[in-house]
Design a protein around this ligand. Structure first.
Ligand code: RTP
Length: 155
């Protein structure tokens, strides 16, 4: 009785090397925390070429694929899984349009960037994509099962 074991929606969020270099890690995490989402996994990695290529597999025919992979592997990435109602779609709204020149003020890219190749952050574009990306970046046991009871009334 009581608590159901319903699996909440999850998304994969990554702060890209430009974001970590510029000292934006705390700012970005704070936005997801304050919105009311729950952090269930996080790690700092300098991705291998294989990891970056797998992650961006859908873009492998694009002219910017090589430079994109090289950029993602060039420095520190903060890989995270965030959980909560509508987190995939709302996370994308919080991130803003791919091109920071077109993303609205108030969004992460709209507030913090100007270059499409250096757009600070990645967020999964669909629930299925999120599941795939979480599986690429994390082992199942790295997803933390923890209780946010004290703050549950916020949600
Ligand atoms: P992301 O996957 O990183 O959240 O970005 P997105 O869905 O908004 O954009 P997508 O089209 O999937 O592109 C992935 C990343 O590739 C880089 N990109 N560069 N014209 C270009 O040089 C170009 N276009 C896209 C961006 O870093 C983009 O986030």
């Amino acid at each position: 009785a009581g608590q159901t074991t319903m699996q909440m929606e999850r998304t994969f969020i990554a702060i890209k090397p430009d974001g970590t270099n510029r000292g934006l890690i705390g700012e970005i995490i704070a936005r997801f925390e304050k919105k009311g989402y729950k952090l269930v996994a996080m790690k700092a990695v300098k991705p291998s070429k294989e990891l970056a290529e797998t992650h961006y597999d859908a873009l492998k025919e694009k002219p910017f694929f090589g430079p994109l992979v090289e950029f993602i592997c060039s420095g520190l990435v903060i890989a995270m899984v965030w959980e909560g109602t509508g987190v995939v779609k709302t996370g994308r709204q919080m991130i803003g349009a791919t091109n920071p020149l077109e993303s609205a003020p108030g969004t992460i890219r709209g507030d913090l960037g100007i270059d499409v190749g250096r757009n600070v952050i990645h967020g999964s574009d669909a629930v299925e994509t999120a599941e795939r990306e979480i599986g690429i970046w994390f082992k199942p046991e790295e997803l933390v099962d923890w209780d946010q009871t004290v703050k549950q009334w916020i949600y």
